[in-house]
Design a protein around this ligand. Structure first.
Ligand code: SF4
Ligand code: SF4
Length: 218
């Protein structure tokens, strides 16, 4: 299962973002942040308690089924009165959900969480980072394994000199991403791809980002 992986913002940052906003409506998400225990019903309740202790008036709470879906508009409309009383919405979803809500409601929107990466659940409650959406995907040349997220140094031309018996020099319990890439390419009989020299990365994501993308109609 693929999820947006989030973690709660540091308390000081949240205090700063909510400074001067006395009445707050809290929004959780019933999908990713429920699964990762960062913005489901229990976390929304805990946030309500914590913010009340800080002197905020919580005008209401809701856990949307899927915060990043446009249908959130209808779910939020059902809480229109409580939202109307609030100075701000404190949103416990990933950044996609926060932005979806910000586009639907004319109200200050404060994210309670930081969105870290797109993760795949590999064990109960354990998510592997599989893509940081760098915008210049090279996994077609690395056997389908992403070195940007799997290599501790994010090297796109690897391995570094520290790989040792297939393990990473930075975390000796972790497989070296570039050894995994090598093994995979060898198994696929595509070791030539190891010779491809990747150009220096543009950390703004390759070509200038379009900001908007229309999918080709089928
Ligand atoms: S190379 Fe970039 S886009 Fe491709 S999987 Fe890795 S982080 Fe994601
Ligand atoms: S040992 Fe492998 S995974 Fe670790 S930093 Fe070097 S190339 Fe990357």
């Amino acid at each position: 299962m693929i999820r947006s992986i989030t973690q709660q913002k540091p308390e000081e940052e949240l205090d700063r973002l909510l400074d001067g906003l006395g009445r707050v409506f809290i929004v959780g998400c019933g999908t990713c942040t429920t699964l990762t225990n960062t913005g489901g019903a229990p976390q929304v309740d805990a946030m309500k308690e914590a913010q009340t202790k800080k002197g905020k008036l919580i005008t209401g709470t809701v856990v949307l089924p899927v915060a990043c879906d446009n249908i959130s508009k209808e779910a939020l409309a059902e809480c229109g009165q409580q939202i109307g009383l609030a100075d701000a919405l404190l949103v416990m979803s990933c950044a996609f959900g926060v932005q979806t809500i910000a586009r639907q409601i004319k109200k200050v929107v404060v994210p309670a969480l930081d969105t870290l990466f797109i993760g795949k659940e590999t064990d109960v409650g354990l998510f592997d980072e599989i893509c940081s959406q760098c915008g210049a995907c090279i996994i077609g040349e690395t056997g389908g394994i992403c070195p940007v997220t799997s290599c501790h140094k994010g090297l796109v031309n690897g391995p570094c000199g520290g790989t040792n018996d297939g393990m990473c020099e930075i975390d000796r319990k972790k497989d070296c991403a570039w050894t995994m890439i090598y093994n995979r390419l060898r198994d696929l009989d595509r070791l030539d791809a190891m010779k491809t020299l990747q150009k220096p990365r543009n950390h703004h994501g390759g070509e200038p980002r379009p900001g908007k993308l229309r999918l080709a109609s089928s």
